[in-house]
Ligand binder design. Structure first.
Ligand SMILES: [Mg+2]
Length: 439
């Protein structure tokens, strides 16, 4: 989707983004229901994904979340992590049962409170003006960005913005060291010392949190920083090894506030289990949402179903003129909208959006269509008719047996409950760790 003006993300110095690109997947069931999901993309890097997805997913039941999770896990052994696809099955489940995904996760309708998330670097004066505008619109808080060459520049920015907006405004700040990209211009690289001094200043200036002050996988340094920091540390949006990785981070005490993005962290069931463990450890959760309208929806439903919904604010990316919600959501018939810093949860079944077919036809480029016939023809060409038939028969038998077993399981539990139970058991650490010990 083209942006109305180039957007210069603070996290990629020198880069000008002209479009919001993502890979969109549509899963169609034999009864004709359609479920959608999307993952951020640079270009056509997932072009060949259909070759992988078709044979793994076609024929599986969309209401068999444990099996879907296992297929996605099997595909990831080849290096691609595609947990985002699982969310399309939740969209299907919601549509099949006529309820929103957050209701499948046990939550009631209503609204969530938002914070405004900035995206570009600005002078302190311009930033302060922006903060005031958001607060006037009704947002409860604003997240700043720093990506200065030196610590002194970053500290001066914090101090000046704080001085200009006053002590009553809730501010947080994202250093984006987790996803440090130096592909165009060089990007600052913080070490423990710099992060520590930055956090000291942020604490004095009463910032609500410091986000991604170190590399996303610098677990030990993050834990060390957290032990000495007086300001809460936030992060986790990029930890795409899912539940096992985030469980490890909880055990090590990396963050006070976890921000898993289900598009990156392995889909809805796994991420909901992450949330459960974060909350059980008396830590905080509010997801990263900065991808596209579909990714926003996925994280919105998870946040709506969390206990944190009552106390935390959800990220609302807003960086005019280039990055505005209407453009983020340009593939949806109705963009997500906020009023006075709150967003009403959708009441439509599934993920709660409708794809705008005209926008899709105009801007979408189809990479692949995987159907049972196409997969069968390819297998025959690849392995010969006899072997293809044999393999097909073995798989059909396995699917039929599983279907009987699943129907039995579904007499006791809903598909969503089965999926969540499977996620709960998918790491050896079944119980919530006591990650708050470090504080
Ligand atoms: Mg961030």
């Amino acid at each position: 989707m083209p942006l109305p003006a180039p957007f210069a993300p603070a996290w990629i110095p020198g880069y000008l983004q002209t479009g919001n690109r993502f890979t969109l997947i549509r899963l169609t069931t034999s009864s004709g229901l359609q479920g959608w999901s999307a993952a951020p993309a640079m270009g056509r890097e997932r072009e060949g994904l259909g070759d992988l997805l078709g044979p793994y997913l076609l024929g599986e039941r969309a209401d068999d979340l444990p099996a879907i999770a296992q297929r996605i896990r099997e595909m990831s052994y080849l290096g691609w992590r595609n947990g985002w696809i699982e969310a399309a099955c939740w969209d299907l489940l919601g549509k099949a049962s006529g309820v929103p995904v957050y209701a499948l996760l046990g939550a009631a309708a209503g609204s969530v409170a938002l914070y405004a998330s900035t995206g570009e670097l600005r002078s302190a004066a311009a930033r302060a003006e922006e903060v005031r505008a958001r607060i006037e619109e009704g947002f409860a808080a604003v997240k700043l960005r720093v990506h200065g060459e030196t610590l002194e520049q970053d500290l001066a920015h914090l101090q000046e913005v704080r001085a200009r907006v006053g002590d009553d405004v809730q501010l947080s700040v994202d250093a984006n060291q987790g996803w440090r990209v130096a592909v165009i211009a060089d990007a600052p690289c913080w070490d423990l010392e710099r992060a520590s001094r930055f956090c000291g200043a942020a604490a004095e200036l009463d910032f609500a949190w410091v986000e991604e002050p170190l590399a996303f996988d610098a677990y030990d340094d993050l834990a060390a920083l957290r032990r000495r920091s007086q300001v809460p540390l936030a992060g986790g949006e990029l930890n795409n090894q899912g539940l096992p990785e985030l469980t490890t981070m909880l055990e090590r005490g990396c963050y006070d506030i976890y921000q898993p993005d289900a598009v990156m962290t392995g889909g809805i069931a796994q991420t909901f289990e992450v949330v459960r463990r974060v909350e059980a450890a008396d830590l905080r959760y509010t997801p990263h949402t900065w991808t596209n309208g579909i990714g926003f929806a996925i994280n919105l439903h998870l946040f709506a179903a969390s206990r944190s919904r009552a106390t935390e604010l959800l990220e609302w990316p807003h960086a005019p003129p280039g990055w505005i919600p209407a453009v983020r959501d340009a593939l949806l018939e109705r963009p997500w909208t906020q009023q006075n810093g709150r967003l009403e949860l959708p009441v439509e079944p599934g993920l709660g959006f409708t794809i705008d077919r005209r926008a899709l036809a105009r801007h979408g480029r189809r990479f692949y269509t995987a159907t049972p016939t196409r997969v069968a023809v390819r297998t025959v060409l690849d392995k010969g008719l006899g072997t293809a038939r044999e393999l097909g028969a073995i798989r059909e038998r396995r699917l039929a047996e599983r279907s009987v077993e699943l129907d039995r399981e579904l007499q006791e539990r809903t598909p969503a409950q089965l999926g969540l139970r499977a996620a709960m058991r998918s790491t050896s650490a079944g119980a919530a760790p006591s990650g708050s010990a470090a504080h």
